[in-house]
Design a protein around this ligand. Structure first.
Ligand SMILES: [Cu+2]
Length: 174
């Protein structure tokens, strides 16, 4: 019976080693979202996982209601944020998860902002990468940005999703 505690600690150590090495090879990134007047409206932490990128969002002061949000092709946020280009679309697909030839890598589900304007949500995007050199890396030559729109994405209108104005923008940085 003396063997059991040793076995347990060996298993625990093996588990720690696995989680440490996974952390070491998991690129992270962030984006600070600002509205057109320059006001802070939240942050996004991006974490590379073996199954795509996890976007952990904490929003504040966003108009209540349904809003499209996407990764856009250029890492430049100058109001009214057309500087960020179209949706991040390295594979040249059509817009929207309802499109037969879809979707853009930057397409993601709509956000529903409650009456107090605050939302915390984690969103998985399997189509983008934080790893430089990958064809779908957000860290390409001109960078990338996260945009929140005034209206909802209809998940099918190419190339914009008919989501309206761009109300917040944040450049994705390491
Ligand atoms: Cu967009």
């Amino acid at each position: 019976m003396r063997v059991a505690p040793v076995m347990c600690s060996l298993i625990a150590m093996a588990g720690m080693a696995v989680s440490f090495s996974a952390q070491a090879q998991s690129p992270k990134a962030k984006a600070a979202l600002k509205d057109a007047s320059g006001k802070d409206v939240g942050t996004v932490q991006l974490i590379q996982t073996p199954h795509g990128v996890l976007l952990k969002m904490a929003l504040k002061g966003v108009a209540p209601g349904e809003h499209a949000f996407h990764v856009h092709a250029v890492g430049k946020c100058e109001a009214p944020f057309t500087s960020a280009g179209g949706h991040f679309n390295p594979a040249s697909k059509k817009h929207g998860m309802e499109a037969a030839e879809g979707a853009h890598a930057g397409d993601m589900p709509n956000l529903f902002i409650p009456a107090n304007g605050e939302l915390r949500i984690d969103v998985a995007n399997h189509m983008i990468s934080l790893i430089k050199g990958q064809p779908n890396s957000v860290f390409d030559a001109d960078g990338s940005a996260i945009i929140i729109h005034a209206g909802p994405d209809d998940y099918k209108t190419d190339p914009t999703g008919n989501a309206g104005d761009r109300i917040a923008c944040g450049v994705i940085t390491e």
